[in-house]
Design a protein around this ligand. Structure first.
Ligand SMILES: [Zn+2]
Length: 305
């Protein structure tokens, strides 16, 4: 048997074992832009393996003053300004040293982080907030509707730090960069989509840091209303550069591979920046909305098995 055949057999076995271990059926399945998605395939795509969640992805410039400092499957963004830096998402607490290393590898100081923002109140995005606060003294800013859930995230019993509570439409300013917080509830009550206009190569670009729009569990009428509002809000945002809380949501690996080896994307010298991807700004929203509608339809027709 060739290695490839052995690998294929092992892959099928791993899939089967995983399906068994995770238990329960995996539906609905939806086809969006020619690709089939199920709840489990989306989760697997987002999270990867345990190792992927903790392994450093080479840190890189995305555009303007925005850099990627997260792991292979959990996003963390550094926004650099002359008055100190902003970190968006600490991810799991065990990843904080990985993020520290990525910040240092880019030539920045971790202690220059003045503000810590979050995407949404789940451990894979904000469990490390207390550790980052401890290391940097950064001001931790949270969307009001996520505060209760955030406070319940207490790795090792540490209190979750929250220094400032904001609301839908509020902005965060530092060193000439303005980030606007858009409440896009559904995945969590305070799920926050952040937007910024950044300058690169003499042009302005609208960057959208999407919050997850993945529905989960029982869709109550309140959650259905939240998602319906959020899909509209997100689609109306001006967008040139779509980003997300998991790299797969904006096909980051594919885009990262296009960057010149060892170089930063510079539109003027190395061809177009792959992260400028206006055509795919709503791709992830299309997938999540199709899954949401299919899940809701199943729920309404009573298919729960
Ligand atoms: Zn989540």
């Amino acid at each position: 048997m060739t290695n490839r055949i052995v690998l294929a057999i092992v892959s099928v076995l791993v899939l089967a074992v995983n399906a068994f271990a995770q238990g329960g059926p995996d539906h609905p399945s939806v086809m969006v832009h020619g690709q089939v998605y199920t709840p489990r395939s989306i989760l697997a795509r987002n999270m990867g393996t345990d190792a992927d969640q903790t392994t450093q992805l080479p840190p890189h410039k995305i555009i303007g003053n925005i850099y990627y400092v997260g792991t292979k499957t959990l996003s963390s963004f550094l926004i650099v300004t002359p008055q100190g830096n902003i970190l968006m998402d600490s991810t799991y607490e065990r990843n904080v040293p990985v993020i520290q290393k990525s910040v240092a590898d880019l030539g920045f100081k971790f202690s220059d982080i003045k503000i810590l923002l979050g995407n949404h109140a789940h451990g894979d995005h904000q469990e490390g907030d207390a550790a980052v606060k401890q290391l940097t003294g950064a001001q931790v800013i949270a969307m009001a509707e996520d505060v209760d859930t955030l406070k319940a995230i207490k790795p090792g019993g540490k209190e979750h730090p929250i220094d400032k509570i904001i609301h839908d439409g509020d902005s965060v300013m530092l060193g000439g960069t303005k980030l606007v917080a858009h409440l896009t509830a559904g995945h969590t009550p305070g799920c926050t989509t952040w937007t910024a206009v950044v300058r690169d190569g003499g042009k302005d670009y609208n960057v959208v840091f999407h919050c997850s729009l993945r529905s989960q569990g029982n869709l109550t009428p309140a959650i259905v209303d939240q998602f319906n509002r959020s899909f509209k809000v997100v689609r109306a945002l001006p967008c040139d550069v779509p980003l997300g809380d998991h790299p797969a949501q904006y096909r980051m690996l594919e885009k990262h591979a296009k960057l010149a080896a060892g170089g930063l994307p510079r539109a003027e010298s190395r061809g177009p920046n792959p992260f400028i991807d206006k055509a795919n700004c709503n791709l992830e929203t299309d997938i999540m909305e199709a899954m949401f509608q299919a899940t809701l339809a199943e729920q309404q027709t009573g298919k729960t098995q």
